[in-house]
Design a protein around this ligand. Sequence first.
Ligand code: NIG
Ligand code: FE
Length: 404
Amino acid sequence: MSRKKRTTVWKDVTLLTMVGDYGLIDDGAIAVTAGRIVWLGRAADLPTTYAEAHVISCGGNFMTPGLIDCHTHLVYGGSRVAEFEKRLTGVSYADIAREGGGILSTVRATRATDEDMLYFLAEKRLAQLQKSGVTTVEIKSGYGLDLENEMKMLRVARKLGQGPSMDVVTTFLGAHALPPEFNGDSEGYMDYVCGDMLAAVAQENLADAVDAFCEDIAFSRDQVERLFVKARELGLPVKLHAEQLSDSGGAKLAAKYGALSADHLEYLDEDGVRQMAAASMVAVLLPGAFYTLRDDHQPPVDLFRKHGVPMAVASDSNPGSSPVLSLSLMINMASTLFRLTPQEALAGVTRNAARALGLDDRGVLAVGRKADFALWDIRHPAELAYQVGGNPCVGVVKDGKVVF
Ligand code: NIG
Ligand code: FE
């Protein structure tokens, strides 16, 4: 087959390549062969080699890289709607967790749900996320909290990534909460997580990274450090839920272990930001959890700018702190709640999100990168941050094929 036959050229489009700032190209065109970008630029400059390629008009819409949701807990059973109502009466997230609700109530429900049903439920959530332009999603375990159920969650996550329309990156979060059978023995549970659980997960290649929840209501710095040492021995990259509810020194520990990212970070201090910068980490901001928990402690966005720490933005989609199923809504919230510029917020769900997952083949529109695109019915790039609640996404292309 000749190159002409195998190539598709997308035209009548404004490209936001996300190389540099927006990397805006008016009257653009982008050529794709075998799922990869082979050329992009002004349509008027399209090389004649592509003259006979298959052409698709984008109708004057904008195109961005396919969005990347780099922090989710999408696989779970049950519902936390009763807890939502309780929090509205003034009971805090941490109090609910201490009383055995919160994450542990989702653990009970997830253990009681079989693999097929977990897949069915998560697939529906994934379909919603896709409608907001997402082509790559990270999914964590962490609602199983024993070998069998953590593996079950990770198998479901892996299977969700086997279809043509979404890439899934998996993360082992066995150190999410203390399960009831280890009540009062968090050291014993950490032995289990760092020993049998991590070994089995690595053996079956079920996780691309290892995460933990470092907080008063979860695990201490020392406990997380033991896990990071083991992850390093197995060659698995690490990341951390850090400084969400208090300053526990989690991000600094993550920096010491060369983590890909630290996530949440509302209570991070300047020294922590400096250490993240020195370790080339990404700060993953989660405005959906900030919003849902009615937090009022802002993550240190100015300090991330000052020290050059790239900011990613993710949904944190989970049944408790962030029941969010739209990444484009997170672009809006990152701007409105955290005062990211619309350009920073979009970089947060593209270029910087790719980096938070250690992926260098996506997140920008450039020659050689994956042909993962989202198409938007907008006329100015800042509209992506400006709109609330509608859905300006009018198309999603994955590996060069239209999937929505
Ligand atoms: O990222 N912070 C800890 N874990 C999740 C919440 C999970 C839950 O409440 O079920 C988070 O916010
Ligand atoms: Fe999370």
